[in-house]
Design a protein. Structure first.
Ligand SMILES: Cc1cc2nc3c(=O)[nH]c(=O)nc-3n(C[C@H](O)[C@H](O)[C@H](O)COP(=O)(O)OP(=O)(O)OC[C@H]3O[C@@H](n4cnc5c(N)ncnc54)[C@H](O)[C@@H]3O)c2cc1C
Length: 207
């Protein structure tokens, strides 16, 4: 007697094997895609982290990031490891290059303290208004974003005191100290702010 069910089972079995193989391959591809998405995200994050930005980083870090970036693309900016003298040369910051975060900070503080040092003892209403506006606008244009955001926060709770030269110089010293504190730098003695920025030190070494 002919068994008609046998060809049916054979076909059914082949179909099952095909489906299983398809499933295995399909999920293998899915997993690979997921992994590659993860990797590309990680790469993107890494790239954004090493994106060099002079005014948001200090000079040493900026240089390190640029070196890292160029070594990854196999196109070294300057012969680094092979030439120690060259390495030394670029580690020392020149004064005819764009500013890094620290140089920008130092220059800005110099400007701010000098504005405070030369501020009127009895400022007019207009002078007070302009000076206050200037300080409040600074974080909106300051080229280091982290610094600007933190300075904005400081300004929310410490409104500029522009009532007199002494008050303004003292206020400037205090907000500078808040940044110093955040950066774990030594705090400045604010009773000496006019010696430092206006009159020169009592021992006369600035005369
Ligand atoms: C508004 C602003 C926000 C900043 N925020 C950041 C930040 O978030 N992160 C960051 O890494 N950098 C920030 N910086 C830069 C940072 O404050 C420094 O300028 C930088 O690290 C270089 O420091 P420095 O040690 O050379 O001296 P600086 O802090 O630049 O000081 C320059 C000189 O000012 C004198 N001085 C120091 N403290 C005082 C004071 N309290 N009163 C009066 N005179 C003083 C000293 O003689 C010193 O040599 C900011 C700068 C500014 C202007």
């Amino acid at each position: 007697m002919i068994d008609f069910t046998t060809p049916f089972f054979t076909i059914y079995n082949s179909y099952q094997i095909f489906i299983n193989k398809f499933k295995v391959n399909y999920f293998k591809i899915q997993n690979q895609n997921e992994k590659s998405v993860d990797n590309s995200n990680a790469q993107l994050i890494e790239q954004s982290q090493i994106e060099p930005c002079r005014s948001c980083t200090d000079f040493q870090t900026f240089n390190r990031m640029r070196r890292q970036e160029y070594s990854q693309t196999q196109v070294p900016l300057v012969p680094l490891e092979s030439n120690k003298k060259e390495t030394k040369r670029i580690e020392k910051q020149r004064d005819d290059c764009p500013l890094d975060k620290d140089e920008l900070g130092r220059s800005t503080w110099k400007l701010l303290h000098t504005i405070a040092a030369t501020y009127s003892d009895k400022p007019s209403a207009e002078e007070q208004c302009n000076t206050e506006q200037f300080i409040k606008l600074l974080p909106k244009v300051y080229p280091c974003e982290t610094c600007a955001n933190d300075f904005s926060e400081i300004l929310k709770y410490h409104q500029p005191d522009v009532s007199s030269q002494k008050a303004f110089a003292h206020w400037m010293c205090e907000v500078h100290n808040m940044v110093n504190k955040k950066l774990k730098k030594p705090l400045f003695d604010c009773s000496k702010v006019n010696e430092r920025w206006r009159d020169g030190w009592i021992d006369g070494h600035c005369d």
